[in-house]
Write a protein that binds this ligand. Structure first.
Ligand SMILES: O=C(O)CCC(=O)C(=O)O
Ligand SMILES: [Fe+2]
Length: 223
């Protein structure tokens, strides 16, 4: 068998996906994982092609907060999103890949990840998402955040970096270029992060693995 490179996402000699193992190990040791050019190329290309064909009306202004306190707050974030339901070929292929990673993380890290939700995101020039956390301690059923980028030829001058902060006292952070095929994962409640203003159209998918938060009187996730 030929050895796997991170870029093409095939199996290595031990039968494990190197990327999935890399993400697992990083999550375990650091809590976050940054993998340039790591998304299988065919998948990344299909997602970008699909995105380019989506009509503008498929996107709506992104909200902030959960359920009751959901609000449209242009001061915190200004991008547009479209939830991925898996009814397109590219969307279905994405959800299948995501499921593979979910299974791997559950086996390797005993995380008990139960479901996944994700959306395409479009940041037009000038759009941003200020420093935030994706889940709040205690009430967190978003466990792992997963982001992939679909921007070819991204230049430093294009801005739009993701900045991941180690904790609430870190104001320096680690900058991630939103370049085509880069895969980022982090523990949702542990890492404040932000998207710096983009200076050209910036496309990504943001998603979250969740625990099963269902109770007898409340099915989770809510629709
Ligand atoms: O697109 C990114 O780099 C991050 C997006 C994000 O933080 C979010 O959607 O919660
Ligand atoms: Fe976020």
């Amino acid at each position: 068998m030929t050895a796997l490179t991170l870029a093409d996402g095939r199996f290595d000699d031990s039968g494990h996906l190197v990327l999935f193992e890399n993400i697992s190990r990083d999550l375990l040791h650091k809590g976050y994982s940054i993998n340039p050019f790591a998304l299988p190329l065919g998948l990344a290309e299909n997602l970008l092609e699909h995105l380019q064909q989506m009509p503008e009306v498929a996107f709506s202004a992104a909200g902030v907060g959960r359920q009751q306190d959901y609000s449209l707050n242009g001061f915190v974030r200004s991008n547009q999103i479209a939830w991925i339901e898996g009814n397109s070929d590219a969307g279905a292929q994405w959800l299948q890949w995501v499921k593979g990673l979910q299974t791997y993380l559950n086996r390797r890290l005993f995380l008990g990840l139960f479901s996944f939700e994700s959306h395409f995101a479009h940041y037009a020039s000038g759009d941003f998402y200020k420093r935030h956390v994706d889940a709040f301690k205690g009430q967190a059923n978003r466990v792992i955040s997963l982001i992939v980028y679909l921007n070819r030829d991204w230049n430093p001058a294009d801005g739009g970096e993701l900045v991941i902060y180690q904790d609430s006292t870190d104001w320096e952070g680690i900058r991630v270029t939103p370049a085509f095929g880069t895969v980022v994962a982090f523990i949702s409640e542990d890492f404040p992060h932000e998207v710096l203003p983009a200076r050209r159209d910036r496309y990504s998918i943001a998603g979250w693995y969740r625990l099963n938060g269902s109770q007898p009187d409340r099915i989770d996730p809510p629709n």
